[in-house]
Design a protein around this ligand. Structure first.
Ligand SMILES: Cc1ncc(COP(=O)(O)O)c(C=O)c1O
Length: 403
């Protein structure tokens, strides 16, 4: 029944563990869910009010495929003011979430056989999107030895005649890494020299800590801007995951192609959501700072707890997003809850089944030595989650036996 494309699809692994945790919760099991990828904060009132007004005023019809002009202008304005990026409204395409934006990018960029360099640990959907669009994901594994950063050397070694693009996620889900200007510039120079496109997913740009600042790739010069597609959205900074709104800023020919593609797939995003996002952009944005400060407290708490949990080793301090990504290989070979733990998947399942805490195996992100723990949840839940994991490991693992 299914074509080859469908047969080759892999389900989103983070959704799978989240789904299993949610099923247990629905069955009445008390699970602490530290697998989530969305802020636990409420959507700001300004954005909600914008959505309500849209409904009340009957702004409930189709919009332009690329999104309403007022929103694209407001996004261009935001990019200029906050990010030092100069885009006109017709270089902005608004889509149903940054995931959809990325999907559009891969679909208009890659020809069959074209290669896109993707750093591991990666956000789960990039390799799948490359595959669906007919391209090939060239996964370049990074680890703590380079601070989970892609180095120029690694990129140079991965280049072939078919390399079309470099995909970068800054700040990174799952590692929390934020690239410095110098390191981004080195990557951009390779792209310029080799005539490559750059897909720069900057959706976590407002969530950075320890003074880290996100330098937007496209600010690094006209020749970099000309080959960069910036991807961003409202899910993380505006706590609007369910509203579904993302966008791209790119050179005009790409924006035009993505608009046409979108016009034949989803049409424009929800009219109500667009008005909500517009009101959010125009309204008071101090809540972003409040949310960031709260995330920072939890990040520090999570790092502190990880220090005392045996077998969890935080190799790189995360300075962005809302995850910690410890190495857990010391626990491989241990028996936890009656089962032998040989992989990160075994460990996450044991922790879910025995401690009732949901975390995500690093295998989902192309990094089978790690687990991802989200701190986008209340301090109480975070504390409870770490307490449970600590208790389970203390009861099951003899420190002396750790590898
Ligand atoms: C790195 C990264 N990019 C894109 C997305 C997609 O976000 P959206 O909800 O806007 O589709 C996510 C969501 O988790 C993400 O972590």
């Amino acid at each position: 029944m299914l074509n080859t494309r469908a047969k080759n699809l892999s389900p989103s692994p983070t959704m799978a563990i989240d789904g299993r945790a949610k099923k247990l919760i629905a069955e009445g099991v008390d699970v602490v869910n530290l697998s989530v990828g969305e802020p636990d904060f409420d959507t700001p009132e300004t954005a909600k009010a914008g959505g309500r007004t849209a409904i009340d005023q009957g702004f409930t019809k189709y919009t332009a495929a690329a999104g309403i002009i007022e929103l694209r202008e407001a996004i261009a304005d935001k990019l200029r003011r906050e990010n030092g990026l100069d885009y006109s409204a017709d270089e902005i395409v608004v889509s149903n979430g940054a995931k959809h934006s990325l999907f559009n990018v891969f679909m208009v960029l890659l020809d069959p056989g074209d290669e896109v360099i993707i750093q591991a640990p990666y956000w789960v959907s990039y390799p799948e999107m490359a595959k669906i669009s007919g391209g090939t994901a060239v996964i370049v594994k990074t680890d703590a030895s380079t601070g989970f950063e892609l180095t120029p050397d690694m990129i140079e070694r991965s280049l072939t005649a078919k390399t079309k693009a470099i995909n970068l996620n800054n700040p990174c889900n799952p590692t929390g890494v934020v690239y410095s200007r110098e390191k981004l510039q080195a990557i951009a120079d390779i792209a310029v020299r080799n005539n490559l496109m750059i897909i720069s997913d900057e959706i976590y740009e407002r969530l950075t800590y320890d003074g880290a600042e996100v330098v937007c790739m496209a600010t690094l010069g006209p020749d970099v801007r000309a080959r960069t597609i910036t991807v961003n959205g409202f899910s993380k900074a505006y706590a609007m995951t369910g509203w579904r709104l993302g966008y791209t800023a790119s050179p005009k020919p790409l924006a035009k192609a993505m608009t046409e593609l979108q016009s034949h797939s989803t049409s424009g995003p929800s009219s109500i959501t667009q008005k909500a996002a517009l009101a959010g952009l125009k309204g008071d944005r101090s809540f972003i700072t409040t949310m960031r400060e709260e995330f920072d407290k939890r990040r520090r708490f999570a790092m502190e707890r990880l220090r005392s949990i045996q077998g969890f080793e935080l190799e790189v301090v995360p300075s962005g997003a809302f995850y910690v990504f410890p190495n857990v290989t010391k626990l491989f070979g241990q028996t936890i809850g009656g089962g032998k733990v040989e992989t990160t998947d075994d460990l996450c399942l044991a922790i879910l089944d025995e401690a009732r805490v949901a975390i995500v195996p690093g295998s989902s992100f192309g990094s089978p030595e790690h687990v991802r723990i989200s701190y986008a949840t209340s301090m109480d839940k975070l504390r409870e989650g770490f307490d449970r994991i600590e208790k389970l490991l203390t009861a099951n693992v003899a420190t002396a036996a750790l590898r």
